[in-house]
Write a protein that binds this ligand. Sequence first.
Ligand SMILES: [Mn+2]
Length: 371
Amino acid sequence: MKIAVLSDLHLGYARFEDDSYVQAACAVTDACAKADLILCAGDVFDVKIPKLETLKKAVDIFRNARVPIYAIHGNHERRARDMVNPAQLLSASSSLRLLHGESEIFEKDGEKVQVLGMGSVPEEYADDALKKIMERFRKEEGAVSILMLHQSIRELVPGGKDELSLDALEALPFDLIVNGHIHETVSMLGGRFLIPGSTVITQLKKDEMAPRGYFLYDTKTRKSEFVPIPSREFFYEEITFEGSGEADVGERVKELVGRIREKSPRAIIAIKLDGTLKGGLTGADIRIGSYADVFIDNRLNVESLGAKLQKIRSSREASLSMRDMALKELNSKTSGKITLFETSDLFEKLLSSPEDALDYLEKHNKKDSKQ
Ligand SMILES: [Mn+2]
């Protein structure tokens, strides 16, 4: 049996919205032609409440899929327990089957595959959530077993500590573990752990220069190949200057953009400008002509030691999202002090709408006074 593993379609991603639809459709269509089953490891949508236009695109992409699709929700779709997330909505209107804490068995030509899914949870709960799900999991005799996740992995993020560790995952009784969330393509543990990466460029990072695509896993050989999809090319370049003036910087950028565009007219280009400027000039003084889909990261004249330290510090903090940081703070302040309701549930509701939050509090208040 062939299983396609794809992830992080980010439908509706504002910066490259068309790419998000076109490239996701390409991946799903291609996977349908080559695989017997498709796994989609979260972040089908870019936001928790997508535009109707985006939902329509998603339904169009998945409704026509000719093979079953098992999916989980990602952190971009995660909402409180009793609220509807967009991946759930999609599963109600297409052949996509959403798994969260449960497993599904797919059988074809006498061969069985069992897929256990765990939708995204905040990183600090991932270990516990997975343990609970494993306690309930009943492994199907004779089936190829697959675990599908959407989490960070300790070994793959700078300064990681709360995240699931690769060692712990390796010890679990699965033939294959597939993960979303990380947008770069990764194959580890001798091909037993796969991250297909996003189908659309989102972070403008150097490691996104690799082709977009999905993994095609063969249950017979237990091996997989990466299948690239036609996608807009992405180039990440760095130019270092030494005592340069504004004209020189502008000229070098123009020349580089021209050179890339000559071989790839529609390319997305990220350019990091580093180094020093002529006396008195700061990075903010440099104006660069604007080009479509060219993104400039201007670090000129900022590389003092203090700035370097600051950069390291802020990149560590950025590895936890703002949302996760706020939730962590809330949990640490309220732990053991509030028992009437789940602070994390209330937090999700407050983010969603004040009405939902009031509603939630009211319900819990009633429950409490009845007891
Ligand atoms: Mn994602």
